[in-house]
Design a binder for this molecule. Structure first.
Ligand code: HEC
Length: 171
């Protein structure tokens, strides 16, 4: 009798843990914390490519304390010039509820906003928990510049180029 009560108590405790958000269900490892799951999501979805200084060149070799601190090099195209935001400052300045709305807003290229917007609430909360665990760091990224405006930072130009000689050879 005592043994059965014990099992029931453990089951109740585990399901309480699950519903409190301390553990993340659905990954087969219920003891993975939301922050750990967030780190995993950030890693596999490529946020560091653009939002981490040196991310594209060095990948995960960039020290984690520098992850997601934003990059002052713009991406220029027909949309103007955009800068990968400092997500450490952005996320650490808002509540979880604000983040859920903010993360689903449409953004300018080359931000894959539709991928972020497609994340489940649970995944967005995990990303939030992870970036909160890293804390704020770095400086605010430069502000967006409209097409034709003055840009005083380095920037990449996103314009498709056709090399006529090369095109003639491969045709
Ligand atoms: C290909 C480059 C690129 C990748 C990859 C990328 N971003 Fe971005 N991100 C940007 C750029 C550029 C902006 C600025 C867009 C704008 O000004 O509208 C931005 C803006 C944002 C913003 C809005 C920030 C603010 O408040 O101003 C959020 C949030 C964000 N990104 C989160 C993410 C997350 C999370 C990931 C990974 C899932 C990610 N981004 C992947 C380039 C990228």
């Amino acid at each position: 009798m005592n043994g059965r009560i014990g099992v029931a108590a453990v089951v109740a405790a585990v399901s309480l843990l699950g519903s409190s958000g301390a553990a993340v269900a659905g990954d087969g490892k219920s003891n993975v914390t939301a922050a750990e799951r967030g780190r995993y999501l950030v890693t596999i979805s490529g946020c560091n490519d653009c939002h981490t200084p040196g991310g594209m060149e060095k990948g995960l070799a960039v020290p984690e304390r520098e992850w997601l601190t934003g990059v002052p090099v713009g991406f220029q195209g027909p949309w103007g010039t955009t800068y990968p935001a400092n997500l450490r400052l952005v996320i650490n300045s808002m509540t979880e509820a604000e983040w859920l709305k903010h993360a689903r807003l449409q953004r300018k290229p080359p931000m894959p906003w539709y991928s972020l917007a497609a994340m489940s609430d649970q995944d967005l909360k995990a990303v939030y928990a992870y970036v909160r665990s890293l804390g704020p760091a770095g400086v605010v990224a430069p502000a967006y510049v409209a097409p034709g405006g003055k840009v005083d930072t380095p920037y990449f130009v996103f314009v498709p180029v056709v090399d006529q000689k090369q095109a003639a050879v491969t045709r």
